[in-house]
Ligand binder design. Structure first.
Ligand SMILES: NC(=O)c1ccc[n+]([C@@H]2O[C@H](COP(=O)([O-])OP(=O)(O)OC[C@H]3O[C@@H](n4cnc5c(N)ncnc54)[C@H](O)[C@@H]3O)[C@@H](O)[C@H]2O)c1
Ligand SMILES: [Zn+2]
Length: 328
């Protein structure tokens, strides 16, 4: 990132001015997916919009460009602003269904398709049990979508009280990893000693390790970045599926490949292909809005000029923040 970069991965707005290739009329309310994709290349034809070959960042060795997401992914200004320039708008923009509030529409840009993909990749057997590591916005929505898609039991792991409480309101059995040192052992205890059919890592490389974290940060050593991932690997049953939706970058020393092999765990991962799930995410905000309890999700709506303080509270997970939306 550079000073002056505009963040913002998720956007809702009114189409003010459109290029010739855009069929939508000016004045239409639209949702802006976080991937920037062309819609017609080899990858887009295969519904892998996060790998779009037209917007791929070849010099950096990275996939498709993303809004508000560093030089590695195109250095494209994001949506936390009054106006947003949308490249590839002929394909990217999703017209907003009528009657859905902005706080819910915005979930179509990232949270809903990301969680939808995480659950699809988790390949949950009918009536199966799912473990969700991390109950931030993504983990919360994974839990709800897992139930919607037929899981019979969701076990969630986090340590932030407001997040554990939100998950419990939606029938998730929770494990507090600051209390239980090895949450995977608790997961196994709850599943006849085997582990869950499917595990979702919704933490990524900013994981907190429990017991050693304080010591490490005191001596300025980064906590184990694969802490949550290792726990999810240990908590999935033999022959089960691991879906990694949390973001990882670079080599991960200590990654237990041999355990995955021995235990025959299938693994899928990657950035969400937002446009692939348009039909499903439209149904989420319309017909499944109540099943997914979308009205109990966004905890804070804040004007953009209060963003610095809001970022601080979000980072510190203060004030019951689960999902925060800016209103420019
Ligand atoms: N693949 C994609 O397309 C995509 C899209 C959106 C977000 N993401 C990624 O998904 C991840 C989750 O996003 P978010 O917005 O919910 O983030 P978040 O930081 O709000 O939530 C992560 C949660 O994980 C918890 N956590 C930390 N260490 C843990 C551990 N060891 N075990 C269990 N829980 C632990 C934290 O307390 C926190 O509540 C991030 O890595 C984010 O970058 C990926
Ligand atoms: Zn493409």
């Amino acid at each position: 990132m550079e000073k002056g970069d505009i963040l913002g991965h998720e956007g809702v707005g009114i189409l003010e001015e459109a290029g010739d290739a855009v069929e939508l009329r000016e004045g239409t309310k639209v949702v802006v997916p976080f991937n920037i994709a062309c819609g017609h290349c080899f990858m887009c034809e295969r519904q892998l919009q996060s790998q779009c070959e037209t917007t791929q960042n070849v010099e950096e060795g990275k996939g498709a460009s993303l809004f508000g997401y560093t030089k590695l992914y195109g250095h494209v200004d994001g949506a936390q602003a009054e106006y947003l320039r949308v490249p590839m708008a002929h394909y990217g923009l999703i017209p907003a269904p009528p009657g859905v509030p902005d706080e819910i529409l915005v979930l179509m840009a990232d949270v809903l398709p990301t969680a939808w993909q995480a659950v699809a990749y988790a390949d949950i057997p009918p009536g199966g049990t799912v473990g969700v590591w991390g109950l931030g916005p993504i983990g919360q929505m994974c839990a709800r979508i897992a139930y919607l898609r037929g899981a019979s039991r969701v076990i969630g792991i986090d340590r932030v009280p407001a997040r554990l409480a939100m998950a419990q309101r939606h029938d998730v059995e929770t494990i507090e990893f600051s209390v239980v040192d090895e949450p995977e052992e608790e997961v196994k205890r709850l599943t006849d000693g085997r582990g869950v059919d499917s595990a979702i890592d919704a933490v990524g490389m900013e994981a907190s390790g429990s017991a050693v974290e304080k010591v490490l940060s005191a001596i300025k050593v980064k906590p184990d970045r694969v802490h949550a991932l290792k726990s999810a690997i240990a908590g999935v049953r033999r022959g089960g599926t691991l879906s990694i939706i949390g973001v990882y970058a670079g080599p991960m020393p200590g990654f237990p490949l041999g355990d995955l092999f021995d235990r025959q765990v299938a693994v899928r991962m990657g950035q969400a292909n937002v446009r692939r799930y348009t039909r499903e995410i439209l149904a989420c905000v319309t017909e499944h809005r109540r099943d997914l309890a979308l009205d109990d999700f966004v905890t804070h709506v804040v004007p953009l000029d209060e963003a610095p303080a809001a970022y601080r509270s979000f980072q510190e997970k203060e004030d019951g923040i689960v999902k925060l939306v800016f209103r420019p």
